[in-house]
Design a protein around this ligand. Structure first.
Ligand SMILES: *[C@@H]1O[C@H](CO)[C@@H](O)[C@H](O)[C@H]1NC(C)=O
Ligand SMILES: *[C@@H]1O[C@H](CO)[C@@H](O)[C@H](O)[C@H]1NC(C)=O
Ligand SMILES: *[C@@H]1O[C@H](CO)[C@@H](O)[C@H](O)[C@H]1NC(C)=O
Length: 280
């Protein structure tokens, strides 16, 4: 099973500049200088929802394994031992709670106390009704056009942020948060300004991490669309391409047909033809 999102993301990612997502509430000078990212959970006002037993703020443990030979950039790559370059205290959630402030439920759990277990079955995109298809595309478009409330992206390296005293962050849409996340883990990431970008330092592809990384990524994305739309039954449909001879999801009802005028462009009849790559 391959999710549709993968192909969209891949399409978007190829042209994306380098940015990385951070909880908005930790993108401050204070949080960067103290290296603590333990935002409060609004209903009880305590960091990590500690007062309600959702989690607690704790030191991020240093990994004990040395870097492998495929990672020769020790001390210069902001992603090394993530998130220790930026934060050394974050929320540790307990039970069925999850998220940067333990405000979310673990995947598969719902309800105010995150104790309602529910399975989601992802369906073949060609088995959706017309209304379901339209809803799916409209959710994507909503995510693309709504500024993320929870996350911002870094627009500079830690060094460029003067070790935290000069935060460099930008607002992006809820959809683009995921585009940047995918990009940042992959290659040409923020490694120290112009002319100092290493290619192919990729933590999500070409290795055993590929499947688990992307499965988790899609679960996060699905969860985010649910939060954005309030539709807790939302799932990412999949495209079963095994028997297709071409791109049979490339129609204006789905991911967009080719433009009749320029085969490199998406048809103007598709909502995706108005999507732009970038921060603005
Ligand atoms: C975390 O970072 C802060 C700020 O640099 C520092 O004062 C503190 O000692 C660090 N804590 C740990 C456990 O390394
Ligand atoms: C940031 O920290 C590094 C390592 O501690 C130090 O060499 C550098 O001078 C610092 N830069 C700024 C702008 O504070
Ligand atoms: C991002 O949006 C928020 C809320 O509208 C605003 O307060 C903030 O200044 C914006 N930040 C940047 C870097 O544009």
């Amino acid at each position: 099973m391959r999710s549709l999102l993968l192909s969209i993301t891949c399409f978007m990612v190829c042209f994306a500049p380098s940015y990385q997502q951070f909880p908005r509430r930790c993108a401050t000078r204070e949080a960067l200088l103290s290296k603590e990212c333990c935002p409060s959970w609004d209903p009880d006002g305590s960091p990590c929802g500690a007062r309600s037993g959702r989690g607690f703020c704790r030191d991020v443990g240093e990994p004990t394994q040395p870097d492998g030979p495929q990672f020769p950039f020790s001390g210069v790559d902001d992603r090394e031992k993530w998130p220790l370059v930026f934060y050394n205290r974050t929320c540790q959630c307990v039970g069925n709670f999850m998220g940067f402030n333990c405000g979310d439920c673990k995947f598969g759990y719902f309800g105010a106390n995150c104790n309602e277990r529910r399975e989601t079955v992802r369906r073949n995109i060609f088995h959706l009704s017309r209304a379901e298809t339209r809803r799916f595309i409209s959710y994507l478009n909503l995510a693309k056009t709504t500024v993320s409330t929870d996350y911002v992206v870094a627009s500079g390296t830690y060094q460029e942020m003067e070790n935290g005293s000069n935060p460099l962050f930008a607002n992006v849409s809820a959809y683009d948060v995921f585009v940047w996340m995918h990009y940042y883990v992959s290659r040409d990431a923020l490694l120290g300004g112009p002319g100092n970008v290493w290619t192919n330092v990729d933590f999500a592809h070409w290795a055993p991490g590929f499947l688990p990384w992307h499965r988790l990524y899609l679960l996060h994305w699905e969860n985010d669309i649910r939060k954005l739309t309030g539709d807790m039954s939302f799932f990412i449909p999949y495209w079963d391409w095994r028997d297709s001879s071409g791109c049979d999801v490339c129609t204006d009802e789905l991911m967009g047909d080719r433009s009749p005028r320029d085969p490199d462009l998406i048809s103007p009849g598709s909502v995706f033809s108005s999507w732009k790559v970038g921060l603005h």
